[in-house]
Design a protein around this ligand. Structure first.
Ligand SMILES: *Cc1c(COP(=O)(O)O)cnc(C)c1O
Length: 406
């Protein structure tokens, strides 16, 4: 990695001993999982403090993932957009094309260190499944990925990619046969198999210590961006912005700026509009409840049933949000914004035409909000946007939505 980047291994803004970030988080899981979660917590802290583990992790991030990723000054976009300078953190240039690999490399290494021979994961759009199958292939581990049958049908290319990587994709038929049902099945599997199996969770959610652990594995994003801003722009950004599905790319980018004078902004998927009922904005429109082993903001109906979510980007289609983001919002540490399907698609086309960079539809939400915010600032101000992934996977969705495939 770039030797000038000061990767910081200290853990700041930690949750309490039971994994609470303010009122959120915790460990809501079956009794049989309490001991394995405790063992995981101990293994994580021991590994985190072990220079050998960190050296191996950083070496893989450098030579396998391709870090440090560039920080790119989108000068033409900035000019055409008007207002502040727009800087893109290029997670789209990582191996497998999105930030998710930072986390699966970390958890994969931890699984190996704990002597586990098998990893499991759940996936909605299939992106986390692919990132998990990738490291399972690299580390020679058996890999089973739970996926709602609806999603298996909708996300064929990712299903085939996982098979190619040697993973076994298990279609889940219960409930609505989507992500929330796959979550439950993965937890059920782990209850029965935790002796030899490691559960790789794909975002800053799940029972303690997952939200903390995943944040730490992604913090390289913001640590690099912070050092790169100082070097390339000569100052910190005025604003840092990321899209939020579960919140892992957002925590990765924003966490290292928390003690700075930088506005931190999370952008949710407003789908057809926040008042349409068809969105994935858990922070803006959710209420506190328990999902995936932690207490957080959720989209649920009057009866406490998890609601169906909608977004043009499958990766933002998570019905909850990481508990730490909920706590940051409550404390006023985080500003909330949203972008609709239409705004995201517009930002997608804008960046592509203006800079020759095709972003993921997820990242396009951060871009849409970022361009709007930049337009209201001065030209000597700086807006940092996390470009969490590349858009190759979204071609079909985009062409269909634009009506180019008729
Ligand atoms: C999965 C994904 C996201 C959303 O997940 P977070 O945990 O909120 O980061 C965002 N962007 C891309 C490219 C993704 O693949």
């Amino acid at each position: 990695m770039d030797e000038t980047i000061p990767y910081d291994m200290r853990i700041t803004h930690a949750p309490d001993a039971r994994g609470h970030f303010g009122a959120y988080g915790g460990r809501f899981a079956a009794e049989t999982l309490m001991a394995p979660l405790q063992a995981l917590e101990e293994a994580f802290f021991a590994a985190w403090e072990d220079p050998e583990f960190q050296a191996e992790r950083l070496a893989l991030l450098r030579h396998y993932v391709g870090r440090a990723t560039p920080l790119y000054h989108a000068d033409r976009l900035s000019r055409e957009n008007g207002g502040a300078q727009i800087w893109l953190k290029r997670e789209d240039l990582t191996h497998t094309g999105a930030h998710k690999i930072n986390n699966t490399i970390g958890q994969g290494l931890l699984a190996r260190r704990m002597g586990k021979k098998r990893v499991i994961a759940e996936t909605g759009a299939g992106q986390h499944g692919v990132a998990t199958a990738t490291v399972a292939a690299k580390f020679g581990m058996q890999c089973d990925v739970y996926m709602g049958r609806e999603d298996v049908e909708r996300q064929k290319p990712n299903v085939l990619r996982m098979r190619l990587l040697g993973a076994n994709v298990i279609a889940v038929d219960s409930g609505t046969a989507t992500l929330k049902d796959a979550l439950n099945e993965a937890l059920r599997d782990w209850v029965a198999t935790c002796e030899d199996t490691f559960y790789i969770i794909g975002t800053v959610a799940g029972p303690h210590p997952y939200p903390l652990m995943v944040r730490q594995f992604h913090a390289v994003i913001g640590q690099e961006a912070r050092a790169q801003m100082l070097k390339q722009a000569g100052c910190l950004p005025d604003v840092a912005i990321a899209c939020v599905g579960g919140g892992s790319n957002a925590m990765g980018l924003l966490h290292p700026f928390r003690d700075d004078d930088v506005r931190l902004i999370a952008v949710e998927a407003a789908g057809h509009g926040l008042d349409s009922g068809a969105h994935a904005a858990s922070l803006a429109r959710g209420r506190a409840g328990i999902l995936h082993g932690n207490l957080t903001y959720l989209l649920e109906d009057e009866d406490g049933q998890i609601q169906g979510t909608h977004s043009i980007s499958a990766g933002l289609d998570y019905p909850g949000v990481g508990p730490e983001l909920a706590a940051m919002l409550d404390r006023g540490e985080l500003e909330l914004d949203a972008a609709t399907d239409e705004e995201a698609l517009e930002a997608f086309q804008r960046l592509t035409a203006c800079e020759g960079i095709i972003p993921a539809l997820e990242s396009s939400h951060a871009l849409a909000a970022g361009m709007r915010i930049a337009a209201g600032l001065r030209s000597d101000q700086h807006v940092l946007i996390n470009l969490s992934g590349r858009g190759d996977k979204d071609m079909n969705t985009v062409f269909k939505t634009l009506g180019w495939l008729e």
